[in-house]
Write a protein that binds this ligand. Sequence first.
Ligand code: SF4
Ligand code: SF4
Length: 768
Amino acid sequence: ESIPPPRPVFFEELELLGLNKFWDYPKVQEPLLWAIGRKYYYKGEPVAEAKGGNIFEPPKIVLTEKGQNLKLEPIDIKEVIEKNKEALFVLENEALDFIEHTYKVYKKKGYLFAMSYSGGKDSQVVLDLVTRVIPPDDLVVIFSDTTMEISYTYENVEKTKEEYMKRYLGLKFYVAKPPKPAIEFWKELGPPSIKQRWCCTVTKTAPFHKALKNILKENGNYDSLIKILVFEGVRSDESAIRSRYERIRRNIKHFYQINAEVIHNWSSTEVFLYLFLRKLNINKGYRFGLDRIGCSLCPFASSWNEHILYKIQKNMLKKFINVIYEYGKVLGLSNLDITTFITDEQWKKRAGGRGIDNNGTTLLFSFEGNNIKATLKKPKENILEWLKTVGDLHYKVESKNKIMGEIKVGNETLPFIINKKEENLKICINTGLNPVTKEMIKKILYKTTYCVHCGACAEECPTEALTINSSVKINTDLCIHCGNCLNFAEKGCLAAKSLTTYGGEKPMKRDRIATSKFQNFGLRRDWLIFFLQNLNDWFSKTNLGNRQIESLKTWLRESELLDKNNKPTAIAKLLSKIINDELLIWEIVWTNLYYNVNLIKWYLNTFDWGTSISGKDLVIKLVEDDSNAKEKTAKNAISSLFNLFDCSPIGYELKIGVIEKIGRERYVRKIGTDNIHSLAVAYSLYKSAEHIGRRDFTISELYSKKFKGGPYKLFGISRDRLERILRGLQEDKEQILKVDLVADLDNIRLRDDLSSLDIVKITEARLK
Ligand code: SF4
Ligand code: SF4
């Protein structure tokens, strides 16, 4: 890791950390010492270090020998500036030249000029530099108020605005704000996380863009070909991603916008020195020790910044922390666990929408040939509006609850039927032959279901056909069906991305548990082996009866061994080559069945390992849990489950259900086993990752009742044995996963570049 450049430390930070107990210092404007990272230096010597701590707990201060009973004198800033005069002079003049040159070149090309101001130190410097070169009439300054700013930022912005408007007559200051306060989006979209970084677009870039457009319109300068250059305070040492940016770069999203990074190569120390040199306003947050000024609670902020904010802006921060508490509660965590969830920064790792209370809004869809059949539960938007983006839409309202229509796209006509029932909507729509249209329709389903009117997609529309206020409106005279509003984000919508897991599409399966689809048969050992030995012609060779064949096909499809056209899948082909490792095949099949067969999921989720349940009790419980089930269907379902356990190693070898007869009653005993192949353990972990939408778990979590899948839920493996297997997988030459089992850090991290199918490929390559 690179060493951060030194930053000045003011008396406010020392008070906050309790250093006033050890040191004597005057409470002055000037800084008192320097810090590099979390180490404090006075007159070039290390004097103290802050260790540990988290958002709620202060770090521990360790004084060095030199740091005992210090008497601090303010840093002589004049002297420091004098010493660095030449370097600062070069930097300053280079930046002024850069602005002047950029201004001249782009002015000739017909560009307009704006400055993005945040109230932090970097944009403070850029504002100073830019206003010294660009005539005030040619510049607009836009402050992006994410509505998550700290109070010191608002203070600084107000003060700066007043000063600059006085100093440069004609200079215009504007504010860009999201359509609703950020806290509302936190509640609706779930807290932002490293993977769900909706916050930057929703609260910053989209409002900035919208404000810019409105300002230009107000001044009569706007047309869709307008070109604009925005000066920014981004610096290369801010983050690895930023350091790859060019100093002048086309804004990736908005083709007519160019961004210019004026102080791209300055270090943060140079920024501070320039602020001192020019006596510019310094956001007070820095005086308390913040190393970055930004949103109050940010998934990218360090716990150091969080703790300082917790001390100085508690009320502001608490609003956002409360949303994380609510999120933790829906996840089923206790208050104590939620506190750890926050202090360990676990909330920042949220990948999908699990745990976000969405009032039951969901989307289910499935493909049938060229049709998509979808159920939108409590959708937030009007699907007819969004369908206009695909092509020419015509429809007829047949009755209160039924709409029929079609969309013309090129030479194709795509018919659809919509049925409404209370708050829910069902649609069956033909997507035609063009895969692009199919993708567009899928995204429309997501947008219709989940839209929270953040306005981000509207900023992608090149013709202003799309407007989003309290509802979505498409002006069909302006829409050119470019798809920008659909393609700008995964699933076409930031809300859908944040609220669904990243397996995303749930296949439309009835929530029913009891089923007769296996016709009382289980997946039998001889059936599966025969299938794997005769992959391509099993159907013509088999001497099973019709009912048995139908049952077998259903089992094979649910085991992911046959596709919907009854062709063997990639997994089936791989497994057919390792037929000697039969138990491993059953372990993989069992894992797939868990995710595809509600009955199996129910059996594994409902009954604890070690219990024995009679067939009769299973039927009663099934009817109780599946309110739609008739007793007959429940009996059929339990028979096929018993038959599966009776006639396959899942029952008699893996002991997931051992069938015993006591008197006249048959019982199933859920015993479980430690005898699981390590690659089957890996498979079950990758499979759960794909279903729950994240790749890191704790082992303790795998042993909790709520966890969906994993080697304990599926096989009842003991923790000891599992830990040994996990260590083995970590040491495996492919490093299938990473584990951290020391002390209480029982984390498992799966590789981002492997899927469950890859695990089967690895298995086949090793065992065939
Ligand atoms: S971005 Fe605008 S023009 Fe393009 S499809 Fe969407 S609404 Fe239509
Ligand atoms: S559809 Fe557009 S406005 Fe609505 S939530 Fe998604 S991205 Fe935001």
